[in-house]
Design a protein around this ligand. Structure first.
Ligand code: ATP
Ligand code: MG
Length: 725
């Protein structure tokens, strides 16, 4: 059952009349008034230009949040605005009878979501999808929501017990600095860029108190540990250790003052994220004690020394490459920090073990210098990725709530935004694929399903065109043949010259697909995918290898020999899963590729989102320099286009945002009907439906409109009466 209430919730005077539209004509002479439009659905006409002008007008008056129908647009202020996030303001939004009547804010979304969970109409799990490009403010916004829930959904604990027991909300908040220290890095576009995707489920009990949380991460950019683009940095934690360690710790971890590490570029730049103490403190609160922390930092210091290991070309192919003189000390230090036998370490880095033939005979082959470098990098990535996953599992066990202690959850999704660089590879393919999936979810939820439902209900409605990205998703992941399947096939075939082979296969097998293009200007083998947010050219060089993500079994074997307590946990001798390991010799056990694993985790995420009521926050970056008070129109415009905001506004403006199943509606408002017999449903009204139908309501429910109208007119008076009680 749907009732048009012009973009707001039921029960307010203004919502029953005509929408408050701001005709642009009224504003052309007086631009200043534009900033007063707190919902972009009120801009008239809704075009990219008018929406842009409205956002700009609001930005110049330090108004950073604007509603866009069912989404919230958040402009990054790029300056501290403490009064906007104070606990007092949180409480104001939390206690307001109608928070949506206050100024648009991330707290409105937070509160609305919180109320939906406990709503007696249809308590259902909620999710908030925070999207936007790198540096737009997704992580900031998610953190802000977590703080909001930590205040409004905290369990009532007395001051004494607050002192004794570490509160769960605090532990959940403490997961942020730890995950950011290990998973964020300074990039060209954001000093604190998240290099992984994150979905956190905040779990609530029947009393609406947060009892725990669960974090799921996606696709950590582990290559960064061994390879950083120029002017970018490694993960924050490495800088934190080097800057924050005490003299004694420096001695233990072999990090003398001023030591140069090739995997620690731009150490002279100091960021506010470089605070070792904050990370250590947060780890402590999460139950990671000081000895364990020291163990972690010792291993990370070892990785820095690994980065300084260099080999010389071998003149004789039958002989292993020699270590550069200056790297001998690094290997010794590395072996001692990681508690590994030095000869085994050197052998693993320089000699490849091959098993071949029926008997699986073992051969040893010295690696070329390039292969040695690859193995060195692979060792670092392997250790770092396992360490990160282990940390996430430790965090989860620290904030975990017993399944019996919670009934509903609010999920916060902070994933990397759409990316397009001059050189795009597997990381961008996965990231953009994830964004296509989320966009489809958004389109399906707000645009397509809504309009289809109007048609079923026989409501008067002129259809809004929206960009359906199904064909792009078919191209990337569709069955039986898609870019992913061809990429996996190339991994299986293991052919030489796989980059050119892959390009040829994509061009021939997928020819004619609507979202596939060719880059005629590129000399490198490549292909173009026309994403909803714009075309992206992917280079196929290295794509197959990255997708295989091979881990030579000798590397894992080496780490299993370590006497270090942490490495013993990260690399147990009887590992449960060996999926990433290279199949040795001819045994071709099916290997799970990066895209296959990513696709599976994405499907799981989408399933979770699908079972919740989603809310969307679109973060917008007003300029790429990160400067306050600077609104670069072209840059904002391309972000508005990329997220299809205008289409969203059109549909929200004309749409029916309140959706209540017939049964719940009747159950809730039955009393009003009895109070106002005039509002009786009449002979055509349907009998209350059985069960909580989530599907499109039956067409005959439309006949309830007279009843609805009466009830809606009664509601404001009742609300006012209730408020005076
Ligand atoms: P990435 O995809 O690279 O992780 P992101 O969208 O998560 O980027 P954030 O790290 O959240 O971006 O934001 C970038 C920076 O912008 C923050 O470090 C902070 O300085 C600033 N910022 C974002 N939102 C706000 C805000 N509401 N108030 C003040 N500063 C903000
Ligand atoms: Mg981020």
């Amino acid at each position: 059952m749907l009732q048009q209430v012009n973009g707001h919730s039921l029960g307010t005077d203004a919502q029953c009349g005509e929408p408050l539209r701001g005709d642009l004509q009224d504003f052309l002479g007086g631009e200043t008034l534009l900033y007063q439009l707190d919902d972009l659905t009120k801009v008239n006409p809704v075009t990219l230009e008018t929406v842009l002008r409205c956002l700009q007008a609001r930005y110049t008056t330090d108004t950073f949040y604007t509603n866009a129908g069912c989404t919230l647009v958040a402009l990054n202020p790029f300056k501290p605005v403490p009064q906007l996030y104070s606990p007092e303001l949180m409480r104001e939004y939390h206690t307001a009878p109608q928070p949506q009547k206050l100024k648009p804010h991330v707290f409105t979304v937070g509160e609305q979501t919180y109320r939906n969970v406990k709503s007696l109409i249809e308590p259902v799990n909620q999710s908030i999808v925070v999207s936007g490009e790198s540096g737009a403010g997704k992580t900031w916004t998610s953190r802000c929501l977590m703080k909001f829930y930590a205040v409004v959904a905290s369990s009532p604990t007395s001051w004494e017990s607050h002192q004794v027991a570490e509160r769960i909300e605090q532990r959940i908040l403490n997961s942020n600095p730890v995950m950011e220290a290990f998973g964020n890095a300074c990039t060209l576009r954001n000093n604190n860029s998240s290099r992984f995707g994150k979905f956190i489920q905040l779990q609530l009990n029947r009393a609406q108190q947060m009892t725990g949380a669960a974090v799921q991460t996606y696709l950590l950019e582990k290559t960064r540990v061994a390879c950083q683009a120029s002017s970018e940095r490694n993960f924050h934690i490495f800088y934190q250790i080097c800057k924050g360690a005490s003299a004694n710790e420096r001695l233990q971890w072999h990090l003398p003052e001023g030591a140069a590490f090739s995997w620690l570029p731009n150490p002279e730049r100091t960021l506010e994220e470089d605070c070792f103490e904050v990370t250590r403190e947060a780890m402590l609160h999460l139950g990671i004690d000081t000895p364990t922390q020291n163990n972690i930092f010792k291993v990370l210091a070892g990785l820095l020394h690994l980065g300084n290991v260099r080999f010389a070309d071998s003149e004789d192919e039958a002989q292993p490459c020699q270590l550069m003189d200056y790297a001998k000390c690094s290997v010794r230090t590395l072996a001692s920090l990681l508690q590994l036998p030095e000869d085994a370490l050197l052998e693993t880095l320089r000699i490849r073990t091959i098993r071949a033939g029926r008997q699986q005979q073992v051969f040893q082959k010295p690696c070329s210098r390039a292969e040695c470098d690859t193995r060195r990098d692979c060792l670092a990535k392997l250790v770092y990725a396992r360490l990160f996953d282990w940390l996430v599992s430790v965090i989860n066990s620290s904030i975990y709530a017993d399944p019996d202690s919670w009934t509903t959850f609010i999920g916060l999704l902070d994933v990397y935004g759409f990316e397009s660089f001059p050189d795009n590879s597997l990381e961008q393919l996965c990231i953009n694929y994830a964004n296509e999936k989320l966009q489809q979810h958004f389109v399906a939820h707000f645009l397509r399903v809504q309009q289809e439902e109007y048609a079923v209900e026989g409501l008067e409605w002129s259809f809004v065109n929206y960009q359906d990205n199904q064909s792009c998703l078919d191209l990337i992941e569709g069955s039986p043949i898609s870019i992913c399947s061809l990429l996996n096939e190339e991994c299986r075939l293991n052919r030489p010259n796989s980059a050119a082979q892959l390009q040829m296969r994509i061009e021939s097998v997928l020819a004619g697909r609507p979202c596939l293009g060719q880059n005629k200007l590129s000399r490198e083998p490549s292909f173009i995918v026309v994403h909803y947010a714009g075309p992206v050219c992917y280079h196929t060089a290295g794509l197959v290898e990255k997708n295989k993500d091979p881990v030579p079994p000798e590397l894992t074997g080496l780490l299993q020999q370590s006497q270090d307590p942490l490495l013993k946990v990260l690399f147990p001798t009887n590992p449960k899963e060996k999926s990433q390991e290279e199949p040795s010799g001819q045994s071709r056990a099916p290997v799970l590729t990066v895209v296959s694993r990513f696709k599976a985790s994405l499907e799981q995420l989408l399933q979770v989102l699908h079972d919740t009521t989603p809310h969307y926050i679109r973060c917008i970056k007003p300029n790429s320099q990160g400067q306050a008070q600077t609104f670069v129109r072209e840059e904002v415009l391309s972000q508005l286009e990329a997220c299809g905001l205008v289409e969203t506004i059109h549909i929200s403006a004309a749409g029916f945002p309140i959706r209540v199943s017939h049964r719940n509606f009747v159950e809730r408002y039955e009393l009003l009907r009895r109070l106002h017999p005039r509002a009786s449903p009449g002979p055509h009204s349907p009998s209350p439906a059985k069960g909580h139908s989530k599907g499109p309501p039956h067409a005959k429910e439309v006949t309830l409109q007279p009843l609805l109208r009466d009830i809606l007119h009664t509601l404001p008076a009742l609300t006012r009466a209730a408020a005076t009680l």
